[in-house]
Write a protein of this length. Structure first.
Length: 174
């Protein structure tokens, strides 16, 4: 239906190669998906989609690596590549920076920024710096209720948001 989703907990096939993970995702949308007596590598369209997805996610150089040997950040990139292999128009990303160090987080922010040029992206994220760096529109919720919704500048200036999440105005400008 044109929606790709990554989960808060990484959801990849650890024993498979990076390419095999992306190809499995591409196969899910293929008209050949139910032809069980044909080798997966026989469908060039599926293989092409997998290669393009890995390239877009910055993982082409890791295609032959077993997914379990990737760093946490690369595993998250692989999950996004798997989404891309299904050719979505919308990406739903649930805490894509969870558990990452500063270098991996920056790489993921750059990837999401690049992908947002061609995809609508809905991001659920607790890394405030990343959210402000990426978002065009923010909705801040507390206990399931909308606290503030608007531009990053509007949300940044909101007294209610500052009190609830950011520990006061000094956190926003420091």
């Amino acid at each position: 239906m044109g929606v790709g989703r990554s989960y808060q907990k990484t959801n990849i096939f650890l024993p498979f190669t990076v390419f095999e993970n992306a190809r499995l995702a591409a196969q899910s949308r293929s008209p050949h998906a139910l032809k069980v007596f044909t080798g997966a590598d026989a469908h060039e369209q599926t293989n092409r989609l997998a290669r393009e997805a890995l390239d877009a996610a910055g993982l082409s150089h890791r295609a032959d690596r077993v997914a379990a040997t990737l760093s946490h950040g690369e595993q998250r990139q692989l999950e996004i590549a798997m989404c891309l292999a299904t050719q979505p128009r919308v990406l739903l990303l649930d805490e894509p920076l969870a558990g990452m160090g500063p270098h991996e987080s920056q790489r993921m922010v750059e990837l999401i920024r690049k992908l947002s040029a061609d995809h609508a992206v809905m991001l659920i994220e607790h890394d405030i710096d990343a959210v402000f760096a990426l978002a065009h529109r923010l909705t801040v919720m507390v206990n399931g209720e909308v606290l503030e919704s608007g531009s990053p500048e509007q949300v940044r200036a909101s007294q209610a948001v500052q009190a609830a999440y950011l520990g006061g105005e000094e956190m926003l400008h420091g």
